[in-house]
Design a protein around this ligand. Structure first.
Ligand SMILES: CC(C)(COP(=O)(O)OP(=O)(O)OC[C@H]1O[C@@H](n2cnc3c(N)ncnc32)[C@H](O)[C@@H]1OP(=O)(O)O)[C@@H](O)C(=O)NCCC(=O)NCCS
Length: 145
C-alpha cells in the first residue's frame, strides 16, 4: 500500500475531509464546518488511494512540546479491517520519527482502542465524551524515545 502526502486544500485534502465528515460527524447532524480546526496548513497528512480515490487517511500535528497529536484517522467503511489503517498509522509513526518527535498522543474512540494498542499506544486517564459528538474517547500515548 502506498501512502501519499496530502497537500492542504488539494483535491485529495477535500476527499479526506469528506471521508472524515461521513465517518465522524454526519450521523450527529453537525455542519461540515466542524472540521475546520485551523491546523491543516501545518499538519503532516497522508492518504492511500484506490482507483484514484482517497480511501484512508490520518494526520499528525505538532504540540507545543515535542510531541505530535494524531487526528483524523479514517478508513472508508467497506475497506475497514483490511490493513489500510495500519499502513496509515505506520506511515505517521515513520514521519514522526523523521521529525524527531518524542512521542505521539491521540484521543481514541473507545471502539478503536484495540487498534492503537497494537502500535504500542497506552491509554491514560478516564474515558470522556467528545466535546463535538459525545462519543466516548480515551487519551492514548506512544513514546518514541
Ligand atoms: C479505526 C480504523 C482507523 C482502523 O483501520 P482499519 O483499516 O480498519 O484497521 P486495520 O485493518 O489496519 O487493522 C490493523 C489491526 O488492528 C485491528 N483492529 C482494527 N480495528 C480495530 C478495532 N476497532 N478494535 C480492535 N482492533 C482493531 C485489526 O484486527 C488488525 O489486527 P491484526 O494486525 O492482528 O490483524 C478504521 O477502522 C476506521 O476508520 N474506523 C472508523 C473511524 C474511527 O473510529 N477512527 C478512529 C477514531 S479514534
Amino acid at each position: 500500500m502506498i501512502c501519499e502526502r496530502v497537500a492542504p486544500f488539494s483535491d485529495e485534502w477535500h476527499q479526506v475531509r469528506e471521508l472524515c465528515y461521513i465517518l465522524f460527524f454526519q450521523k450527529h447532524g453537525l455542519p461540515r464546518t466542524v472540521l475546520d480546526d485551523g491546523l491543516d496548513e501545518d499538519a503532516h497528512r497522508v492518504c492511500i488511494k484506490r482507483d484514484g480515490r482517497v480511501v484512508a487517511s490520518g494526520r499528525i500535528t505538532k504540540l507545543p512540546c515535542n510531541w505530535y497529536d494524531v487526528t483524523a484517522m479514517v478508513v472508508a467503511s467497506p475497506l475497514q479491517r483490511q490493513g489500510f489503517g495500519a499502513a496509515i498509522m505506520s506511515c505517521l509513526i515513520d514521519i514522526a520519527r523523521q521529525l524527531g518527535a518524542d512521542g505521539l498522543t491521540l484521543k481514541a474512540r473507545t471502539t478503536a482502542k484495540g487498534f492503537y494498542s497494537r502500535f504500542g499506544f497506552v491509554a491514560k486517564g478516564k474515558v470522556f465524551p467528545s466535546a463535538k459528538t459525545g462519543v466516548p474517547h480515551v487519551r492514548m500515548t506512544l513514546s518514541l524515545k
